[in-house]
Design a protein around this ligand. Structure first.
Ligand code: NAD
Length: 509
């Protein structure tokens, strides 16, 4: 049976996997045993130096992965360079078909992928399932975008110097993309880099977070099975300070696409040299509650928005500015909704909030709460911590200057700040060095448009929390939240260069 024969063309949606063949695919991509090696030039490579990967709730070791040394990085970049010319020339419909097959394989493996995401991140299974589904969407969207990469003709005679010329521009792939990703969405954030890069005809060297490497390893296996040529995607594992840093400084790559903390983003930008660089960094996401808002709905949304993935989301609800008239009523509802959240084992179907990525991170969050309390903040709910599990926590009486207000908490902590009126709430919400996404709850169209005009964030959400990210939107931040935009169509723009062509068709007198 030829490779991929299990994938068949069906109905209007596109390709689907027929049930009898699903078992065969499951046995090709063994969901109970993720690849532990590096993936270089189409080969899985084991190394002596190993990195243990923990189950974040139990603390047990899930396994070890191969750590890459300098020679492995050289081989990975060389493989990507070697594969690039042929892959850049591959017809768009063929690249598109590979990405669509990967999307289908991701859909077929949604459940095992979700379990691995839940185990390696500590994210509740129900949200891990969403991530796995979204990664399949990201590949599907990228597959479609692969066939829409185009330029335009220009009216060259708009100026005298253009007379007698036919002009058009087109987009070309950049070359080798270095992709560095964080722990919190180990499958979908990797997909947001790998899928658009491949859609545009680039090749990739990927360094996922060393604490959540298995999702990326499965993805390489899936792309291998989908027919991606050897060398187009290469995977290296290791610490950010070692292999991540070396990848950033490597002169053999043409672009760095990074998602992670602002501190590492700044360090990368300082060392990248003259190279296309996109940065998706942090946020201290604000929510404004207008006095006319549906408070119950807003409270339910904020309780979840502040705590899903234990608040370890760059667009987690962190600062809530409520008009003074309704601030306490909103607080009561928020406390009620927060108390409903089930904290515990992420593999348990009822769990909403699992552990943080490590006990160290949970301790840091507890310390930030402690500092805020010393400075006058009041805990209205939560505060307990057991190992890596930090319970959802609600604060009030916070003020600028406290880390829980100014910095990205990246934990299950939210503060409610009463404000004199709506314009003042918008002003305080906007007063941040981060500007990724912000949201406003209001039923008043004038307030909504005032918010859209006043808030300088990359994305504004009306009547939901900042964590809304359908995978095709242009997504990215302003100020210290980053450079560039993701979402397949927009990532492809970042990952291509414009080439201008001028044809002399006539010699004007
Ligand atoms: P991190 O910055 O510690 O690490 C991210 C990646 O960078 C990892 O793969 C790490 O190994 C690597 N790295 C670390 N130091 C490096 C260096 N010196 N050179 C090169 N690579 C290096 O982030 P994290 O703790 O994994 O993730 C949390 C952060 O990610 C939060 O700040 C969060 O806001 C941000 N984030 C942003 C988005 C977004 O889309 N804007 C999405 C998710 C997470």
């Amino acid at each position: 049976m030829p490779k991929n024969a299990a994938i068949e063309q069906e109905d209007g949606y596109g390709l689907q996997i027929s049930p009898p063949n699903r078992d065969r695919l499951n046995s090709v991509i063994n969901p109970s045993s993720p690849p532990s090696g590096l993936f270089i030039a189409g080969e899985w490579v084991e190394t002596r130096e190993r990195i243990p990967v923990l189950q974040k709730y139990t603390g047990e070791t899930l396994g070890t992965i191969a750590a890459a040394g300098p020679d492995h990085l050289e081989s990975a970049v060389a493989a990507a360079r070697k594969a690039f010319p042929a892959f850049a020339r591959m017809p768009a419909h063929q690249r598109s078909a590979i990405l669509e097959k990967a999307s289908l394989l991701l859909r077929a493996h949604q459940e095992p992928m979700a379990k691995w995401i839940a185990m390696e991140t500590g994210k509740a299974l129900k949200f891990a399932r969403l991530e796995a589904e979204r990664a399949a969407d990201t590949f599907h969207l990228s597959s479609q975008e692969a066939c829409r990469i185009h330029g335009e003709t220009l009216p060259m005679d708009a100026v005298r110097s253009g007379e007698g010329l036919l002009g058009f521009w087109q987009r070309k792939p950049l070359g080798v993309i270095a992709a560095i990703t964080p722990f919190n969405f180990p499958l979908n954030l990797v997909s947001h880099k790998v899928a658009p890069a491949l859609a545009a005809g680039n090749t990739v060297v990927l360094k996922p977070s060393e604490v959540t490497p298995y999702s990326a390893a499965f993805l390489c296996r899936i792309l291998e099975e989908a027919g991606l040529p050897a060398g187009c995607l290469n995977l290296v594992h290791g610490a950010g300070s070692a292999i991540g840093s070396a990848l950033v400084e490597h002169r053999g790559t043409d672009m760095i696409t990074f998602t992670g903390s602002a501190a590492v983003g700044k360090a990368i930008l300082a060392r990248a040299g003259i190279k296309r660089t996109t940065l998706e960094l942090g946020n201290a996401s604000p929510v404004v509650i207008a006095e006319d808002a549906d408070l119950r709905r807003a409270a339910a949304k904020c309780a979840l928005g502040a705590n899903y993935c234990s608040g370890q989301v760059c667009i987690s609800t962190q600062r809530i500015y409520a008009e003074a008239k309704i601030a306490e009523a909103f607080m009561e509802l928020l406390l009620e909704e927060t108390a409903r959240l089930k904290v515990g084992d992420p593999l348990d179907e009822v769990t909403d909030v699992g552990p943080m990525i490590s006990e160290r991170e949970a301790t840091r969050v507890a310390a930030w709460i402690g500092e805020a309390k010393m400075d006058g903040a009041r805990v209205r709910h939560g505060e307990e911590r057991k190992g890596a599990v930090h319970y959802p926590t609600v604060l009030d009486r916070v003020k600028p200057g406290m880390k829980v207000v100014d910095e990205e908490v990246f934990g299950p902590v939210v503060s409610v700040i009463p404000c004199r009126d709506f314009p003042e709430a918008l002003r305080q919400a906007d007063d941040s060095r981060y500007a990724l996404q912000a949201s406003v709850f209001t039923r008043d169209i004038e307030r909504a448009f005032r918010a859209i005009s006043d808030l300088g964030f990359g994305g504004i959400i009306i009547n939901d929390t900042p964590h809304m990210r359908p995978d095709h939107i242009p997504y990215g931040g302003n100020r210290q939240s980053g450079l560039g935009r993701e979402g397949p169509r927009f990532a492809i723009e970042e990952m291509t260069r414009i080439q201008m062509i001028q044809f002399r068709t006539a010699y004007p007198n």
